[in-house]
Design a protein around this ligand. Structure first.
Ligand SMILES: Cc1cc2nc3c(=O)[nH]c(=O)nc-3n(C[C@H](O)[C@H](O)[C@H](O)COP(=O)(O)OP(=O)(O)OC[C@H]3O[C@@H](n4cnc5c(N)ncnc54)[C@H](O)[C@@H]3O)c2cc1C
Ligand code: FES
Length: 255
């Protein structure tokens, strides 16, 4: 039996800062169904293909953090309040339960699924620490949402203009303890560094992979990636995978 459906979302609020923004949707049929880590294939008016987005659920609303990368994401950021969109979901898998304490590391638009996970874990009484890495203080509008999860929040900016200076992955190794579970979503260097920190202490770690997607439901094969155990389709087998399964590209900087 299929778990997803085509839902109707109404944009009720938005906050856009340059090429980044937060879209808040009223989506009563989806908020109950979605689990942290799962994604939606979201309609963009005037575009044939939908775009995958991993939202958070907070206060009965759907929160989508968007980075304008191309016509689809910029089209989403330009939507007027009141716009109604279709969204296929919930799609993909969810984050597994942590073993003990949960250490969450987000960067960029990875904040959506991890904010959602932090909220669920705190509500279930699990000790949760949420590290977020931002370029500068322009992402400060995220702080109230991060704090509203109830998790211990550590906010980093590359230029030190807000919170702690540097990358969250630089401090992560000093915060890890035996029994922790690590979750990382964001740019690949951030996920790679978090995965390495976890592996050094033999801790379980999970990441959420991005891939180009069309259908979002396993039919078009456009999201195929090679893992250490063989090929998978990110939309159906993921997007959440054990970090030890992933081939990370070697890029010079840590983020
Ligand atoms: C499971 C999942 C969840 C996601 N959640 C979010 C989210 O919450 N917020 C958000 O802003 N974005 C998210 N993304 C990424 C988002 O879907 C893409 O940025 C978007 O589809 C790009 O469409 P576009 O028309 O704006 O840009 P395009 O013109 O299609 O692409 C712009 C540039 O980005 C690259 N690109 C596009 N899509 C991807 C991709 N999936 N992976 C890697 N590079 C890509 C292209 O190669 C190109 O260089 C998610 C992706 C996945 C797979
Ligand atoms: S997006 Fe079509 S198979 Fe994954």
């Amino acid at each position: 039996m299929r778990a997803w459906d085509d839902h109707r979302l109404r944009l009720v609020d938005k906050e856009v800062r340059g090429e980044r923004g937060l879209l808040v949707f009223d989506a009563p049929s989806l908020v109950e169904a979605l689990s942290p880590g799962q994604f939606l294939n979201l309609e963009v008016p005037g575009r044939l293909l939908r775009r995958p987005m991993a939202p958070a659920v907070m206060g009965g609303r759907l929160l989508v953090f968007v980075r304008g990368r191309g016509p689809g994401t910029r089209g989403l950021l330009a939507l007027p309040e009141g716009a109604v969109l279709r969204a296929l979901g919930p799609l993909g898998n969810a984050f597994p339960e942590p073993r003990g304490r949960a250490l969450l590391v987000s960067g960029g638009t990875g904040v959506g699924p991890l904010l959602f996970l932090a909220r669920r874990l705190v509500a279930a009484g699990r000790e949760t620490v949420l590290f977020h890495g931002a370029r500068d203080a322009s992402e400060g509008f995220l702080l109230p949402y991060l704090r509203a999860t109830g998790a211990e929040v550590r906010f980093f900016t590359e230029d030190g203009s807000l919170g702690e200076r540097g990358f969250p992955t630089e401090m992560l190794p000093f915060s890890l303890r035996p029994g922790d579970t690590v979750y990382a979503v964001g740019p690949e260097p951030l996920m790679r560094a978090a995965a390495r920190a976890a592996a050094t202490m033999a801790l379980p770690a999970y990441v959420s992979l991005e891939a180009h997607m069309a259908c979002g439901v396993g039919s078009c094969l456009s999201c195929r990636v090679e893992l250490k155990s063989g090929p998978v389709h990110v939309c159906q087998d993921g997007p959440v995978f054990p970090a030890e399964e992933v081939f990370f590209a070697e890029t010079p900087h840590v983020r």
